[in-house]
Design a protein around this ligand. Structure first.
Ligand SMILES: Cc1cc2nc3c(=O)[nH]c(=O)nc-3n(C[C@H](O)[C@H](O)[C@H](O)COP(=O)(O)O)c2cc1C
Ligand code: SF4
Length: 415
């Protein structure tokens, strides 16, 4: 795991500058056809096919100005995947960006990073200085985002590049047709772009030899929590969650209670779900998503209601606030969960939470609010006994919760 050495991003020996020149020789149409044949999907979370975004941006640009952005922001600080690539193989990201720019016909590009990652910035600067003589008329700048979870969301990122606050905007139009300064803009994860020099060198079939039919290639994941060797690992798509945890040395301490998959908005699966495969569709069917590709092992000494409350506390602080379902919903959910773990909950809190989850999922403007619903859906279905223990028995199932309040907050909408 991965099954072939050909597509390991982190220890490849590919000459990325050479592959950028070859990509330019091939020409945009054949290059996009190659990327389409490879089945490369976006590594930033949603898994959208890169070739389709390239076609959309190229068509919308119609020979006029266009931009490419490598999203190396690592919105989830516990999943420093772009930083890992930038520290080990920064040239893959820079030349991957240049390859994507040649496919779109863009002459301006940005490498967008966190404000607190000095070492990654320095590595990127060195790689960019080395690459510049070969980049021709492509201008690439390193831009630093604001910090905070929403800084990595693509429409908020574009707002930041336009010197505005990191707030999302309605789509469509998607950035590929109307992005930076209203011009076609390809926003791709640094990890997605880093695969391009390898695909140009070895071809589509070789890329497809690793991973699954629908999700070819490898994926960086960050394994955190109660494991022996937390860290960033490169695994083949299709590896099971259990195999990935073993790769990180296995669960430590007491037995594993759950797996929190996908970062701050990810669902929590119970410990029996180690056979779930890491790919976009399987994770969705399991009730979560790839998201930031963080896999956090939760020990048996953790109360899941408290975990869910902590996650919503974080999300209520990080929401960009532009849409009501998320701005109000995350805060409301946090309050109800706080009431439950303070042993002030009632049975009718659960359908209320379920309804709030549906509203977050259906009416939020961006992936932040939409995906946060999976925290509620999974914890209520997979850890129902933790909720019951607090609501029916007025006891924390692990004896760890400290009540946060001494009375319920009633609202008019809730009987
Ligand atoms: C709250 C939030 C944070 C995100 N943070 C990142 C990030 O740090 N890096 C990233 O590549 N994508 C991030 N994304 C996904 C981007 O919006 C976008 O879909 C992605 O950069 C597109 O690249 P891809 O097609 O290569 O996946 C985030 C999305 C959301 C909703
Ligand atoms: S879902 Fe949340 S983060 Fe996304 S636009 Fe709405 S308020 Fe902002």
């Amino acid at each position: 795991m991965p099954t072939s050495a050909a597509y390991r991003i982190l220890d490849t020996d590919v000459n990325a500058a050479h592959e950028r020149d070859r990509a330019r020789e091939i020409g945009p149409d054949a290059l996009i056809a190659l990327i389409e044949a490879s089945g490369l999907r976006g590594r930033g979370g949603a898994g959208f096919p890169l070739a389709r975004k390239l076609v959309a941006a190229r068509t919308a640009a119609a020979g006029g100005s266009a931009y490419v952005v490598a999203n190396a922001y690592d919105a989830d600080p516990a999943s420093p995947l772009a930083r890992t690539i930038l520290l080990k193989k920064p040239e893959l990201v820079i030349e991957g960006l240049a390859i994507a720019a040649s496919a779109v016909g863009a002459t301006s590009g940005y490498l967008y990073i966190r404000p607190d990652s000095e070492s990654a910035k320095k590595a990127a600067e060195r790689a960019l200085d080395a690459a510049r003589p070969g980049l021709g008329d492509l201008q690439v700048e390193i831009a630093q985002g604001p910090g905070g979870f929403m800084g990595g969301e693509e429409s908020a990122l574009l707002a930041v590049l336009e010197s505005r606050r990191a707030m999302a905007r309605q789509r469509p139009p998607y950035p590929a047709t109307q992005g930076l300064l209203m011009r076609p803009t390809l926003v791709s994860s640094a990890e997605t772009l880093a695969a391009l020099p390898l695909i140009v060198r070895d071809g589509a079939d070789a890329f497809r030899r690793v991973g699954t039919e629908a999700s070819p290639g490898t994926k960086l994941v960050s394994v955190t929590g109660a494991v022996a060797s937390p860290g960033v690992y490169e695994v083949a798509f299709g590896a099971t969650l259990g195999e990935i945890v073993e790769r990180a040395g296995g669960a430590t301490g007491k037995a594993m209670k759950g797996l929190h998959v996908g970062g701050p908005t990810g669902g929590i699966l119970n410990a029996t779900r180690t056979g779930v495969a890491l790919d976009y569709e399987t994770l969705k069917a399991a009730g979560t998503h790839l998201g930031s590709a963080q896999i956090r092992v939760i020990g048996t000494d953790v109360c899941i209601v408290n975990e869910a409350a902590k996650l919503f506390d974080y999300l209520a602080k990080e929401t960009c606030g532009i849409c009501v379902p998320c701005r109000v919903g995350t805060k409301r959910v946090e309050g109800i969960l706080e009431g439950i773990y303070s042993d002030l909950g009632r049975a009718d809190d659960l359908p209320w939470l379920d309804q709030l989850a549906d509203h977050l999922r259906e009416f939020s403007l961006c992936g932040f609010g939409i995906t946060s619903a999976s925290i509620l859906k999974t914890t209520m279905s997979e850890f129902a006994e933790d909720y019951r223990s607090h609501i029916d028995g007025h006891t924390c199932p692990t004896g760890t919760c400290q009540p946060a309040r001494s009375r319920r907050y009633e609202t008019m909408a809730q009987p």
